[in-house]
Design a protein around this ligand. Structure first.
Ligand code: SD4
Length: 331
């Protein structure tokens, strides 16, 4: 049996699921429906982990990562470290359509976005300014999602002023390099881990996958996570299906879990087992990491695997159900 068309996304971001599903039901393309769904989360600032106004880097700026992938051509448009433009998934779509490239980064991604007619505006809000100040003062604060208790390990310090930059590059200067390793600054906010990764498959089996996130709290400026990296944050193939990841991107991207899951599904493995197989090497090498992967095959069956969270949930809309359904997966 086949359950197409279908919309699936990470976390209980049901407004995004519904927006994408409503668009798809009105005959809008799977691609555009995915962009509409992810844009909804960027506007709503889903859980503070998508869009503007949260998770500032160690200079206090919120920057965005996003990607979109076409499962029929394997074409990708992605942006990373995008600054001062809110609609990251829209800019990723513009990269897909109006360049021959795959991934644009940083200030140059911003220049491209402005050329494409996107608006330049600050991504700072009182929330992101307060998150930044509290972190500088080594104080925990309730995070964006007010009902979530601060995690003493992440939403407050440890903050220490940046060490002086090396005066010159010293090949033998491993001591100096050690001093300059700013590990403690780039903590992911473990309470607030909720990138949107979405898979949309239309009735004819055309698979699209995409992501949008503001990445890791207090990251070193320039840090790019898994979300805009194809195969890591998401992957799409009309012969296998789609997959999307959320969680500790610095760890997860080393294993390309979305690609692994899609390759397994191409071999006929069920989505839940494919997700488990894709996550296994990450768990083996980094038992402390937290993250989740959701996978959908070309008949619209889905499954997920997670680790380090107490549970993970994904949202689903298809003709099987009358309303958006949230599926809980114990980790
Ligand atoms: C990242 N995977 O940038 C993202 C983090 C995440 O909500 O899921 N944040 O590492």
């Amino acid at each position: 049996s086949s359950f197409l068309p279908i919309v699936v996304n990470t976390w209980p971001f049901t407004s995004a699921t519904k927006a994408a599903w409503d668009a798809l039901s009105r005959g809008i393309s799977a691609e555009e429906s995915l962009v509409i769904g992810c844009t909804t989360c960027e506007v709503l600032q889903c859980d503070g982990s998508v869009g503007y106004g949260s998770n500032p880097d160690e200079r206090g700026e919120t920057t965005l990562d996003a990607m979109i992938m076409d499962g029929s051509t394997y074409a990708v448009g992605a942006v990373a470290d995008l600054r001062r433009v809110k609609n990251a998934i829209g800019v990723a779509q513009a990269v897909l359509h109006y360049t021959d490239h795959t991934l644009l980064v940083g200030e140059s991604a911003t220049s491209f976005a402005l050329e494409m007619g996107f608006k330049e505006e600050s991504l700072a809000t009182n929330n992101s300014i307060n998150m930044f100040k509290s972190w500088q003062q080594n104080k925990c604060q309730p995070n964006f999602r007010q009902n979530v208790q601060p995690d003493p390990k992440s939403s407050c310090g440890p903050y220490s002023p940046l060490p002086p930059p090396p005066s010159k590059f010293q090949r033998s200067g491993s001591d100096h390099l050690k001093l300059y390793t700013r590990k403690s600054h780039s903590e992911i906010n473990r309470n607030n881990h909720d990138t949107i990764g979405m898979i949309v498959i239309d009735a004819s089996g055309h698979v699209w996958a995409g992501t949008s996130t503001n990445g890791a709290n207090h990251k070193v400026p320039g840090r790019v996570g898994d979300s805009p990296v194809m195969g890591a944050g998401a992957y799409a193939s009309n012969t296998g299906g789609g997959a999307a990841a959320t969680g500790d991107g610095d760890i997860m991207m080393r294993f390309l879990p979305s690609l692994r899951a899609v390759i397994e599904m191409e071999r006929g493995v069920s989505p839940d087992i494919a997700a488990q197989i894709a996550m296994a090497p990450i768990i083996q090498h980094y038992p402390q990491f937290s993250g989740a992967l959701v996978a959908v095959n070309i008949t619209g069956h889905q499954g997920a695997s997670c680790h380090g969270f107490s549970s993970f949930a994904y949202s689903l809309a298809s003709t099987q159900y009358t309303t958006v359904k949230v599926i809980n997966v114990p980790c």
